[in-house]
Ligand binder design. Structure first.
Ligand code: FAD
Length: 391
């Protein structure tokens, strides 16, 4: 049965989703997931802000958003095990992207594309923004783009656990171990070597190793352009609730969304700013004081009086070429697949990517949703798939 055995390196949301869909699509297929840390202490899926949207600039990402949202709405149907319902906690809430005057033409162009793709989204000028969100300062803002449906936030760790439980209930095996090497036989990877000296033969190999995918690629002598880029998340307490509150994306680079009675917020470096690889997972408190808080208070004056209730740091698994997922067969290999590089929008893509990659492995092509735009072939052919709406 080794010829058909699929081995997945990494049991985060993506690897677990691929495993669950493989077993669902082909119940007889042997599936082994290798995960070195079953507590998921540093896994992105456990440290995510776990939000989902349709507002992207690439049609494939817009379609994945619709698929993911519909899946999460019906998660109880897809992921219940023995009557136990998954704890996904999906909350509806639109994203609100704000654009300064220089970015207005680009926002209008993306809006036209989104509408053509069926995304329910509205453009709001400053007066309309202030009327709808009285707590917002529109200083320096020309336009806002507000999602009207199929956007929100959820419990990403809950989704990871639900996929994992579903996969195990359907017969996938999760092994606690670290992939430290591979046996290569021409265009095929024939086995995975584990840190304890054991070897697992495989018929197909999936790299779903999140921010460590570049390092796993090196073990196969391939350059997977994925690096761990640290992002800090701050849990904010504020005496004056922001109501109503969408998931706000500011031109300064910050994002903010509600989480119960609190708000989550973080900030990515702007284009051209340093963004080193693999920093230790320590919260960057200096950047909060120097950049994030001032930017928050400028856009939302009441946040001058905020308190930080807690904070954490996690890695984006950043595709340094074009900030989009790398999903599909790796060029030059017959049985090596990647599902990585989602660059800050991977947890929402887990359902579509899990299903799609399982279809590709079992059927040799996509059946539900065509993910071929995300194929890693684009790297070899120098055809980047640039996503403008990366947060
Ligand atoms: C702060 C933050 C905010 C985010 N916000 C959002 C958001 O709002 N919306 C969104 O969609 N996405 C968001 N993301 C991104 C999202 O969380 C990730 O894209 C997604 O979780 C990636 O899942 P994964 O399974 O690929 O990686 P991970 O969850 O990191 O799983 C990879 C697993 O591989 C294992 N592994 C690695 N190497 C090996 C090896 N050699 N052998 C065995 N196991 C190995 C690791 O232990 C790990 O458990 C955010 C991420 C962060 C950090």
């Amino acid at each position: 049965m080794d010829a058909g055995r699929v081995v997945i390196v990494g049991g985060g949301a993506i690897g677990s989703a691929v495993a669950a869909f493989l077993r669902r699509i082909e119940p007889g297929r042997e599936v082994v997931v290798i995960e070195r840390d079953p507590t998921y202490r540093e896994a992105s899926s456990a440290l995510s802000a776990s939000s989902i949207r349709r507002q992207f600039s690439q049609p494939v990402n817009m379609a994945i958003g619709a698929y993911g949202y519909a899946f999460l709405k019906e998660a109880h149907r897809h992921l219940a095990v023995d009557g136990e319902l998954p704890e996904i906690g999906l909350r509806d809430g639109g994203y609100l992207f704000l654009a300064p005057p220089a970015a207005e033409p680009a926002m209008r162009a993306v809006h036209a594309l989104q509408r053509a793709e069926g995304v329910q989204v509205a453009l709001l000028e400053p007066d309309a923004l202030r009327a709808r969100f009285p707590w917002l300062s529109t200083e320096g803002i020309a336009l806002g783009s507000l999602g009207l449906a199929e956007e929100g936030w959820f419990d990403g760790y809950g989704l990871l656990q639900a996929f994992r439980k579903r996969a195990i209930a359907d017969g996938a095996r999760f092994l606690h171990g670290e992939a430290t090497g591979f046996v290569r036989d021409g265009e095929r990877v024939s086995a995975v070597e584990l840190g304890d000296g054991s070897t697992i033969p495989c018929g197909a190999l999936v790299i779903a190793s999140g921010p460590w995918s570049g390092q796993v690629g090196l073990l196969l002598d391939i350059d997977i352009p994925v690096r761990g880029r640290r992002r800090s998340v701050f849990v904010l307490d504020t005496p004056e609730p922001l109501e109503p509150c969408p998931l706000l994306i500011d031109p300064s680079g910050f994002w903010l969304r509600p989480e119960g009675r609190y708000y989550l917020s973080g900030m990515s470096p702007l284009a051209g700013e340093p963004d080193p690889d693999d920093l230790p997972l320590e919260v960057d408190h200096d950047s909060f004081e120097e950049r994030l808080w001032p930017a928050l208070a400028e856009r939302i004056p009441s946040l001058e009086r905020l308190k930080v209730a807690s904070s954490w740091a996690g890695y984006y698994e950043m595709n340094t070429v074009d900030h989009n997922g790398l999903v599909g067969r790796w060029p030059g290999f017959a049985n090596l697949y990647a599902a990585t590089g989602f660059s800050g929008h991977g947890i929402q893509q887990a359902p579509a990517v899990g299903r799609g990659l399982a279809e590709l492995i079992v059927h040799g092509g996509y059946r539900s949703l065509d993910l071929s735009d995300l194929s890693p072939v684009r790297l070899a052919e120098n055809r980047p798939l640039v996503e403008q709406a990366v947060i």
